[in-house]
Design a protein around this ligand. Structure first.
Ligand code: G6P
Length: 623
């Protein structure tokens, strides 16, 4: 799980590569490295730690050492071997003729390594990638083929997932790109600099240079080399060398969307983006006069959708928690029996009966391997697969039969915020869409749509009180354990709130259905174990109030998150956070926001790296 970047053209490659790595750091930041090819020689620099370490190291070099219009770079999230300079990419082959960066896992690398060791190859790192570099070298040497053919042949021997970039000393104006399972995009230079190419794990490093891109598909190898003094791109099948016609996409993402927009951290910017991101999620989709929703991406499958008798919702992390909220919405509005599963479990267990069952896969990045594998399994089971994805053109978006996009723009902070509220909103909208095909009345549909349209303004109202939550963060930052409690729709909210606390504040927070508290967890309560209780004035209000009483009776501290008209709780609990009134089914969208702010401010108070918390990566493309 890593980010890869490549450049080939007339400009100096290294500044483009370093900037590209910075944009891809969300994919992992255990180490970073860069390889430049100039006049038939490689310069390889790698450093343990974040891209900033590599950048500092490189800037101290003299310009000779950094020259080269061809280069590849990598930011790593360790899978094979500890984070270290040695295990960082790029990896050179034994003779130093070939250099490679890789995102993914070569599953059969140990058996290949054994064969290569027997042939006399030596290994400097513990990585699967160095094995691939030497396999390519070995094939090139013995088969006497060009670098692209050597890469292709090597890939027919490997099992696993990869997006790789390869350079060879023998062909200094060539870059090879190949894909299976991990994403890679090729940007085609525009205007005067048409003869240059940018390659990256996603489009964020490319967008400032060109909006013309080609997404490489699984099983494809791309060759960029010089023909008649001009760089050209050719795509072939890894399996049989068949030539493929690249489809050139025009990207619409604006560069300013990628920047922090004046906020100290991406996470805070993205929290404050939410009035706008929710507007973008619903834009053009609400058909008020029919009390329904229009999802362009689903139209082709309307017949299959009407026939669905059951739903399985899948995702990991935040996406699964928003799925738990969706489960309640589908059962309430669509009258479809629904269950939620970890993608990782669905893939490997027996599925009893899949007739007329749809899989809804939720993923911000669209790259989460556990979720992607669940889709592949569902397709084998002949299930209809639908995606709720943010990143356009991502692997999951392309794998599902049909899908809907969040349209919230790039989410850069590792902890999901604007994508999560958009996921909940889309799931409620989907529930209305399914429901209107299954007896949900137009009036009921309209009633919910009217409230949905008010959400952005209600979110703005919550954000205006961010300072109050910042104050609470100062008060509660010292506690290392929290319960976050809710019921019904807000049981999922409690889980998501606890994930935010874990991810960014490094606090052990347990999201718990509050009814379960008395069945065991309550024994943990004492004056050092505060609880955040999500207690809006909805159908569960009285029950939630009992949970508060149970905690108070045992000396526990309580922060209550309740509806703004509620006056009684402030006399019972230690602190209160207010959210505006809305329909019960929409409360999680509002309740997520104070949770995000609290986790953010506690993280800042504790001096954590808010946008890139330790041990995490935004997009987890390994199982
Ligand atoms: C990682 C992140 C989580 C995220 C999960 C699913 O584990 O740390 O914050 O919720 O992936 O990501 P996805 O891109 O599929 O929504």
């Amino acid at each position: 799980m890593c980010g890869i970047v490549g450049y080939i053209g007339k400009k100096e490659a290294w500044p483009i590569l370093i900037k590209g790595l910075e944009r891809l750091e969300y994919r992992g930041y255990d180490s970073a490295g860069i390889a430049l090819l100039d006049k038939g020689n490689f310069s390889v620099y790698k450093k343990k730690g974040k891209v900033a370490e590599l950048s500092k190291f490189i800037k101290d070099k003299n310009s000779n050492e950094l020259s080269g219009g061809v280069g590849i770079a990598h930011t790593r999230w360790a899978t094979h071997g500890i984070p270290s300079d040695q295990n960082s990419h790029p990896h050179l082959s034994n003779r130093g003729d070939i250099v490679i960066v890789h995102n993914g896992i070569i599953e059969n690398y140990l058996s290949i390594k054994k064969v290569l060791i027997n042939k006399g190859y030596k290994f400097k790192s513990d990585t699967d990638t160095e094995v691939l570099a030497n396999l390519i070298e070995d094939i090139k040497k013995h088969e006497k083929v060009s670098i692209d053919e050597a890469v292709r042949l090597a890939l027919t021997e490997v099992v696993g997932a990869y997006a790789i970039l390869v350079l060879s000393k023998d062909e200094p104006e060539t870059m090879i790109i190949a894909k299976m399972g991990s994403p890679v995009v090729i940007g085609i230079g525009k205007g005067k600099s048409k003869s240059e190419f940018f390659v990256a794990s996603d489009a964020t490093p490319i967008i400032e240079h060109t909006n013309k891109v080609v997404y490489l598909e699984d099983g494809e190898i791309a060759i960029i080399n010089k023909k008649n003094k001009k760089l050209t791109l050719k795509i072939k099948s890894i399996k049989n060398n068949a030539i493929k016609n690249p489809y050139i996409h025009t990207l619409k993402t604006k560069i300013e969307e990628l920047e922090k927009g004046g906020f100290p951290h991406f996470m805070l910017k993205e929290i404050f983006d939410q009035p706008e991101s929710l507007r973008n999620t619903m834009r053009g989709r609400i058909v008020f006069n029919k009390g329904s929703i229009k999802f362009g991406g689903l139209e082709k499958f309307e017949k299959e959708i009407k026939n669905l008798k059951r739903l399985t919702v899948t995702g990991m992390g935040t996406a699964r928690f928003t799925g738990l909220i969706g489960e309640y919405a589908f059962e309430e509005l669509s009258n479809i029996p629904t269950k939620v599963e970890y993608g990782s479990e669905f893939t490997y267990r027996n599925i009893a009966d899949t007739l007329n069952t749809g899989l809804i896969a939720i993923s911000q990045s669209g790259e989460t391997a556990d979720t992607l594998n669940a889709i592949k399994k569902a397709k084998k089971e002949k299930m209809l697969t639908l995606g709720v994805v943010n990143v356009i053109g991502s692997s999951i978006a392309r794998e599902v039969d049909a899908g809907i996009y969040n349209h919230v723009g790039p989410e850069t902070a590792v902890a999901s915020t604007k994508a999560s509220t958009s996921q909940v909103l889309l799931l409620v909208m989907l529930a209305i869409y399914f429901g209107r095909m299954r007896g949900l009345s137009k009036i009921k549909g309209q009633e919910i749509l009217k409230e949905i349209e008010k959400l952005p303004v209600l979110v703005e109202k919550i954000l205006k009180n961010a300072k109050l939550i910042e104050k609470l963060a100062k008060k509660y930052k010292k506690y290392n354990n929290f319960f976050i409690l809710g019921r019904k729709y807000n049981a999922g909210t409690a889980m998501e709130g606890s994930l935010k606390m874990k991810e960014c504040s490094y606090i052990h927070a347990e999201g718990c259905n509050s009814a379960e508290l008395k069945h065991g967890p309550i024994s943990l309560i004492d004056k050092n174990f505060p609880s955040i209780v999500i207690v809006p004035m909805d159908s569960m209000y009285e029950k939630m109030k009992s949970s508060i009483q149970e905690i108070k009776a045992r000396g526990g501290l309580v922060i209550a998150l309740t509806t703004e008209s509620n006056k009684e709780l402030k006399n019972i609990v230690d602190d209160v956070i207010y959210i505006p009134k809305t329909l019960e089914i929409l409360i999680p969208i509002l309740a997520f926001i104070p949770m995000q702010l609290l986790a953010y401010y506690i993280s800042v108070e504790r001096g954590n790296d808010v946008d890139k918390p330790r041990n995490l990566a935004k997009s987890v493309t390994v199982e």
